[in-house]
Design a protein around this ligand. Structure first.
Ligand SMILES: *Cc1c(COP(=O)(O)O)cnc(C)c1O
Length: 392
């Protein structure tokens, strides 16, 4: 990142910069290979071939032998296409959807919308560690259950969900299984076939690709209703001239991320663990969210009891340290995270969460910078907090 020496960026779960190799792979598609891939002349056919190859490579990168890749405008659109597209196309078979209490709003709000359209939704709870409650999940399954939508890993806590276990159950029951895999893309290996996933959402800007491009994997035989009507692009499931440069960039980004995954995730986990240990050592009255559960190697979500996340973020910002209080979508709102509340964290503590998400640009220097200022920030905010026990 060009300005990485000017600040400490620890918000990679919100978005990443675009890898220069990705920019380079995209560059022919602005001037030379600009043609509309649906036209019949030679230069269009060249682009068409590149797109077909990109689609095939994406399938391969996801661990799928067959099926379709639908390119979309990002993770939110893919979630909408999966959930609305599948349930609207198959509502004669049933009206029941199972999801969890910790989904990203792209899934949660889509389910709430469907509830208003007459579908019935079961929101399966999670354990205090943030893992789907498998007993409750199995109990939620009904004869008319159409779709299960459970995220692969949570964006706030990094907690990885038991996808293979869920997939075994949905497959045995003949229920279609969608997963929002946005947070695992490029971070841990994706095994669509092994996990029995039928629909899978990805977004490029979470793994060093461009924003505004995503895809939906669709297993063979899974019927969807298009959510964008128009031309017959993307197998008649998503109209609109293909965003060729972004599609090429997305596939390049995932291929690069997969190639360096083993070493890079180990490196980021070491940094994350260093920060986690230092926070435990230097700051009293904290909670590490998702501790003990399988977690993404780059994510640390911590609650500093008796302080507000927003206050800490402002002080960190003054020190040019950029983190988050959880989800990018809820910052600016004063509601505590629905994910932390679902894990049983009391309201008064859920306000005090901070999320640090590491990426390729981070080094031990960044950890040191955070450790140098964070304990002081928390001490100062607590000294002004009416909630801090020593003040009452
Ligand atoms: C970022 C994110 C999304 C949204 O993806 P966009 O491409 O920004 O629409 C959806 N789900 C999860 C888990 C995310 O982290």
């Amino acid at each position: 990142m060009a300005r990485n020496n000017e600040f400490t960026y620890l918000d990679h779960n919100a978005t990443t910069y675009v890898d220069p190799h990705v920019v380079e792979a995209m560059s022919p598609y602005w001037f030379e290979k600009f043609a509309n891939p649906s036209s019949i002349y030679d230069i269009s056919q060249e682009v068409r071939t590149d797109l077909d190859n990109a689609r095939a490579e994406m399938l391969n990168l996801l661990g799928a032998v067959k099926g379709k890749i639908i390119f979309t405008g990002g993770g939110s659109e893919s979630d909408n296409l999966a959930i609305k597209g599948y349930t609207f196309a198959n509502q004669k078979k049933g009206k029941h959807i199972i999801t969890s209490t910790i989904e990203h709003h792209a899934v949660g709000h889509t389910c709430e919308f469907l509830e208003k359209q007459g579908f019935e939704i079961t929101y399966v709870p999670v354990t205090t560690q943030g893992v789907l409650d498998m007993t409750a999940f199995e109990a939620a399954i009904r004869p008319d259950t159409l779709l299960v939508s459970i995220m692969s890993a949570n964006n706030e806590t990094g907690v990885i969900q038991p996808l293979a276990e869920i997939g075994k159950i949905t497959k045995a029951k003949g229920i279609v299984f969608h997963t929002d895999a946005v947070q695992i893309g490029g971070k841990i290996p994706i095994e669509v076939d092994t996990w029995n996933i039928d629909l899978l959402t990805l977004s490029a800007h979470k793994f060093y690709g461009p924003k505004g491009i995503g895809c939906l994997y669709v297993r063979k035989g899974v019927r969807l209703q298009p959510q964008v009507h128009g031309g017959s692009q993307e197998f008649d499931l998503r109209a609109g001239t293909e965003n060729t440069a972004a599609i090429i960039g997305m596939v390049k980004a995932l291929s690069l991320a997969n190639r360096s995954m083993a070493a890079e995730s180990q490196r980021e986990q070491t940094l994350r663990d260093q920060l986690e240990s230092a926070i435990k050592r230097d700051i009293p009255e904290i909670i590490i969210n998702g501790e003990g559960a399988p977690r993404l190697p780059n994510t640390l979500n911590v609650i500093m009891k008796y302080v507000e996340g927003e206050g800490m973020l402002l002080y960190l910002n003054m020190n040019k340290i950029y983190a988050s209080s959880g989800s990018a979508c809820t910052s600016g709102s004063l509601d505590p995270s629905h994910v932390l509340l679902a894990m049983g964290i009391p309201h008064e503590f859920a306000h005090g969460s901070l999320r640090f998400s590491f990426g390729k640009v981070n080094s031990e220097d960044d950890v040191k910078k955070v450790i140098a200022v964070l304990p002081g920030i928390v001490r100062q905010l607590r000294s002004m907090s009416p909630l801090w026990p020593e003040n009452s």
